[in-house]
Write a protein that binds this ligand. Structure first.
Ligand code: ZN
Length: 162
């Protein structure tokens, strides 16, 4: 685990500075979301009883409280409704400027506020198409039989469709 800008923490895992969720089966009931992301699939849960689709994925339906949930693929491309670009003062852990966030219409499924990566300053415009981009994040050390193992992790953002 590296903490950009704080070299004394190199090689140490600081749980309070970890921006990303624990993703393994032992710690996360929606771990399948991350397993699917690793395969390039953007998925969420759908209630098998009432049909409600939720994002982020749920273990219990927010409409009818059923726990009979199933995994479905969601659109991985959307349209920018509005966006912000942070060009100075990007918070620790987010890399170099610009830090771009956008309100994205995910093909009518949901309006999401997402991070946009692989995007130069001034590149994004309202109405642009963006798609899900999966990237590796620092693995998390986890105790397993026989010692400590680094568990690979991924996360998602969106990127411009070029
Ligand atoms: Zn339901």
């Amino acid at each position: 685990m590296t903490t950009p800008g704080i070299s004394v923490l190199d090689g140490k895992y600081m749980v309070t500075m970890d921006l990303f969720p624990q993703q393994s089966k032992e710690f996360n009931q929606v771990y399948a979301f991350y397993e699917n992301l690793k395969q390039g699939r953007f998925t969420t849960t759908k209630c098998a009883d009432c049909g409600a689709e939720s994002f982020p994925p749920r273990v219990m339906c927010p409409e009818c409280f059923s726990t009979n949930m199933q995994w479905i693929d969601w659109p991985n491309e959307g349209t920018v409704i509005e966006f912000t670009e942070e060009v100075v003062g990007v918070p620790l852990g987010f890399g170099k400027a610009p830090l771009v966030h956008a309100l994205v219409d995910l093909q009518g499924k949901k309006t999401m506020f997402v991070r946009v990566i692989n995007c130069a300053e001034g590149q994004l415009k309202v109405g642009d198409k963006v798609r899900v981009a999966v990237f590796d994040v620092d693995p998390v050390p986890q105790e397993v039989k026989g010692g400590i193992q680094e568990i690979p992790r991924v996360f998602y953002a969106f990127e411009p469709v070029t």
